[in-house]
Design a binder for this molecule. Structure first.
Ligand SMILES: *Cc1c(COP(=O)(O)O)cnc(C)c1O
Length: 394
């Protein structure tokens, strides 16, 4: 952009931010598939290696396409800096490895993404970092879980699959008092619907695999926050290697251009579907923060611009009934993935949350009759017709 000092709106940044054409004057963003870079002279090589001059050295450190994705996403999240990673899980791993050490303590919301739980329970704790789980919305529980060695709060909002909403402003107050960093997994909302840093979070992590791609093609992730924190995260990634591939960065860079339109369309269909489900005679409960009677509704209205596209509902008859509904649908994709143009349907109790005991499932409020839909971009009437095919089996 020629007027470099103008502050643009998010939808413009999503399309034009973070990229300068090369000497080829290409209009669409170039893809740099190169693992290394050549230097003009031995002296330039030496200065590049010692960081005396800023230069591309090796694509595990920097790559122009990856950097463009980072800069564009940082503009959208209104973060000082972004660091791209090979997956959403690599983003969470990098945050923990870079910023915590043996003897530290994490407080984590109970209903985080399944692999996040496994990462914490099986691997992070192996290095002497303690983890305490608390219910996402119970501020007293977060407060009372604080220990002298607490260094990090980690949460995901809205929660999966029940659409519970964390009070980010309140959580950031508690974390600041405890001198701990608040890390928010913003995968379900993307910066289009929610900017956790504005509510006091220190770090945002993303799985770009979901809505940022939007068409289920590539794995990737990102960490965002202050330059001071991100330099540390990037240091770990450079040394350890779970950085983003340039090809995936190019997909995500182009994905960001349509993210705003897609999130609005996803959310509009999800809202309409949640209302339709809540009036359906075969449905006993609907979990979606866009519904006025959802306990997180007013909080979601405050900190999000829309409610996202994950809708869960309960049918009577437990697992057998839920499976019957799912198996009778003809169009919806039976897969645990979300953030795709294609609508997906899944039975959380036996898939995404299948490793939980009956007691933990009950604790988390995940009933056997619960079905989760991640609403895609197909015609809403066709999505409803397909669900009706399922529900009419009951
Ligand atoms: C998918 C997901 C992740 C992990 O991302 P990957 O790209 O699959 O590694 C983390 N958090 C949430 C909320 C997710 O949905």
């Amino acid at each position: 952009m020629k007027n470099k000092d103008k502050l643009f709106h998010q939808d413009t940044n999503a399309i034009r931010g973070g990229y300068e054409p090369t000497h080829e004057n290409e209009h669409s963003e170039a893809l740099f598939l190169t693992s290394s870079y050549v230097f003009e002279s031995a002296e330039v090589a030496a200065k590049s290696f010692s960081n005396e001059i800023e230069a591309n050295v090796y694509s595990r450190y920097t790559n122009p396409t990856v950097r463009s994705f980072e800069q564009r996403l940082a503009l959208m999240e209104e973060a000082e800096q972004a660091v791209a990673t090979s997956s959403g899980m690599a983003a969470s791993l990098a945050v923990i490895m870079a910023l915590l050490e043996t003897g530290d303590h994490i407080i984590c919301s109970r209903d985080v993404f399944g692999s996040t739980r496994i990462l914490m329970d099986k691997y992070i704790t192996k290095f002497g970092v303690e983890v305490t789980y608390v219910p996402l919305t119970d501020l007293t529980a977060w407060q009372s879980a604080v220990q002298p060695n607490t260094k990090m709060f980690f949460c995901e909002t809205p929660s999966n699959p029940l659409s519970e909403i964390a009070d980010l402003e309140a959580l950031s107050q508690i974390s600041k008092q405890a001198q701990a960093l608040l890390v928010v997994d913003n995968c379900f909302c993307t910066p289009v619907l929610q900017k956790p840093l504005q509510w006091g979070a220190d770090i945002v992590v993303h799985s770009a695999t979901k809505y940022i791609d939007g068409q289920g093609r590539a794995l990737g992730g990102a960490v965002l926050g202050s330059a001071q924190l991100m330099d540390q995260v990037q240091g770990f990634l450079r040394a350890a290697g779970p950085t983003m591939s340039p090809f995936n960065a190019w997909i995500f860079l182009k994905g960001l251009e349509t993210l705003s339109l897609r999130m609005k369309a996803h959310s509009a269909s999800a809202n309409a579907l949640a209302v339709w489900l809540s009036q359906h005679s075969k449905v006993t409960k609907v979990f979606f923060a866009g519904l006025p009677d959802h306990p997180g509704h007013s909080l979601a209205k405050k900190q999000q611009t829309d409610f996202g596209a994950v809708v869960s509902f309960v049918v009577e008859g437990g697992r057998e009934a839920a499976w019957k509904v799912i198996d009778a649908t003809q169009m919806l994709s039976l897969t645990a993935n979300l953030g795709d143009a294609k609508t997906t349907i899944v039975h959380p109790a036996t898939t995404t949350h299948g490793r939980l005991s009956d007691e933990s499932l009950a604790d988390a409020g995940i009933e056997q009759g619960l079905i989760r839909i991640a609403v895609g971009l197909e015609d809403l009437g066709d999505i409803q017709d397909d669900l009706e095919l399922g529900l009419s089996q009951l």
